[in-house]
Design a protein around this ligand. Structure first.
Ligand code: GDP
Ligand code: MG
Length: 448
């Protein structure tokens, strides 16, 4: 799946000190495959990858403390950027009423959205009026009336008496829109929400009708409603509506399904218009303001990766890190005494897990780190102090009987001594790796 792939990709990158062009190509391939799996449109994926690659090869990555994290950060930033950066809310007209029109294919979720939006605006203290301009589909007017009743918002319709499910209202949708807006003016509604007809596919007559309604009433906001599950068709549909009605914002519907949000990226990318809301169910309240950063997270399912980004962004002193790295590096003769000294220093510097987790090359210790409890440093000290000086510099000699003696001397269970030695062995490997120059970027040559 998407998240599995990216998690694997990022895991590979995480431990890297310096990224080669081949690394970046490999990562780009994974991201490409992942985005295609999420149904992001092909041309959108291509452009996205090109941008990420260009940045990944640039200096911001080369100079980063941890280039892998920097690439992750770039991917996230680019996603958020395409999705519209900041959250955008409706803009209200200086001179009420504010006219909001909904457009989109049949079944996209316009009429459902109309009720939700009316409900939300009403709760915010507005006095919306719903206007039923879908005169094509049987029951469309009735459906809006039901939604309006539920939301407690009045509906302007051509035939107020329409109630038969079979009846298709007749009339001119442009005229109805105009009359609805006039009614809003008279009755002092400050917002008008116009529901329009949709077709099953992009259709020039339909597009013309939407454009005519928009022009006739001077809509302030035209919200393009699109089903998040639409997949690769998102691009052509969005382009057609963008050219046909030049919408001002996008609403992604049916995000409660297993759509991964690829459509959001496709639509925002090809139209440059912001995604403003997300519909997440059939109920009036299943509706939320769209947050580009959260969607980026959903697309990448980045949970763990995000915390790495936060760490990378946290006020982490590069110089301090380099100093510590310098001490760590080049120690082929790394002993338990060094291990103890380092742990004591890390304890002073802050969270051991966090610091070690940020160090390239330390990722091999991840599991141990996750289990690491800072309060256990005291016991580690006791164990190491119970060793003879010779044992501390030559841990290989610590056999079973020595382990038992050390455990007795430090008042811990033998398994704890074993664990410590295990952890030490891992750390020793890590030091060797660093001494070989593979781990740590920007290290002054020579080492310790
Ligand atoms: P319209 O043709 O664009 O007006 O679309 P409708 O509002 O009539 O919605 C079409 C169908 O999708 C209806 O059955 C709605 O109940 C359903 N629907 C709309 N929005 C959502 C949503 O966010 N989640 C889910 N699960 N269903 C939705
Ligand atoms: Mg409808």
């Amino acid at each position: 799946s998407l998240s599995d792939r990216l998690t694997a990709t990022f895991k590979n990158l995480r431990g890297k000190g310096r990224l080669t062009e081949a690394d970046i190509d490999g990562t780009a391939r994974e991201i490409r495959r992942a985005l295609l799996d999420a149904d992001v449109a092909v041309p959108v994926v291509r452009e996205f990858i090109a941008r990420v690659k260009a940045r990944a090869l640039g200096s911001e990555v080369a100079e980063a403390l941890n280039p892998g994290q920097q690439v992750v950060k770039i991917v996230n930033e680019e996603l958020v950027g395409i999705l519209g950066g900041q959250t955008r809310e409706l803009q209200f007209a200086k001179q009420p009423p504010t006219i909001i029109m909904l457009a989109g294919l049949q079944g996209a979720g316009k009429t459902t959205l109309a009720g939700k939006l009316a409900y939300r605006l009403k709760n915010q203290g507005h006095t919306p009026l719903l206007v039923a301009c879908d005169l094509q589909r049987p029951n469309a007017v009735n459906q809006l009336q039901v939604g309006g009743r539920r939301a407690g918002v009045p509906v302007y319709a051509p035939h107020p008496g329409v109630s038969s499910e079979e009846e298709t209202p007749t009339g001119d949708p442009v005229g109805v829109a105009r009359d609805g807006v006039a009614e809003a003016g008279e009755k002092l509604h400050d917002v008008v929400i116009i529901d329009t007809a949709g077709r099953l596919g992009v259709d020039s007559e339909l597009m013309q009708q939407a454009a005519d309604i928009k022009a006739a009433v001077g809509a302030h906001e035209v919200l393009f409603v699109i089903d998040a599950m639409i997949g690769q068709d998102a691009v052509t549909t969005a382009q057609a509506f963008n050219e046909g009605v030049d919408f001002t914002g996008v609403v992604l519907s049916k995000l409660d399904g297993d759509a991964r949000g690829g459509a959001a990226l496709s639509v925002a990318s090809v139209t440059g218009k912001p995604v403003m809301y997300a519909s997440t169910g059939e109920g009036l309240k299943d509706f939320e303001v769209f947050h580009p950063d959260r969607m980026a997270r959903r697309i990448l399912d980045m949970g763990d990766v995000l915390s790495l980004i936060e760490q990378a962004e946290a006020s982490w002193d590069k110089a301090e890190a380099a100093k510590m790295a310098q001490k760590f590096a080049g120690r082929e003769d790394f002993t338990l005494e060094d291990f103890l000294a380092q742990m004591q220093q890390l304890k002073k510097m802050g969270s051991m897990k966090k610091l070690l987790g940020m160090m390239p090359g330390a990722q091999g210790m991840r599991e141990q780190l996750d289990q690491f409890d800072e309060s256990s440093i005291g016991r580690v000290e006791a164990i190491i102090y119970s060793m003879t000086p010779h044992e501390r510099v030559a841990p290989k000699i610590i056999n079973g009987s020595r382990r038992a003696r050390i455990a007795r001397g430090s008042g811990v269970h033998v398994s704890e001594v074993n664990q410590l030695l295990e952890r030490f062995t891992q750390a020793q490997k890590m030091m060797k790796k660093m001494a070989g120059g593979g781990g740590m970027p920007q290290m002054p040559g020579g080492g310790g």
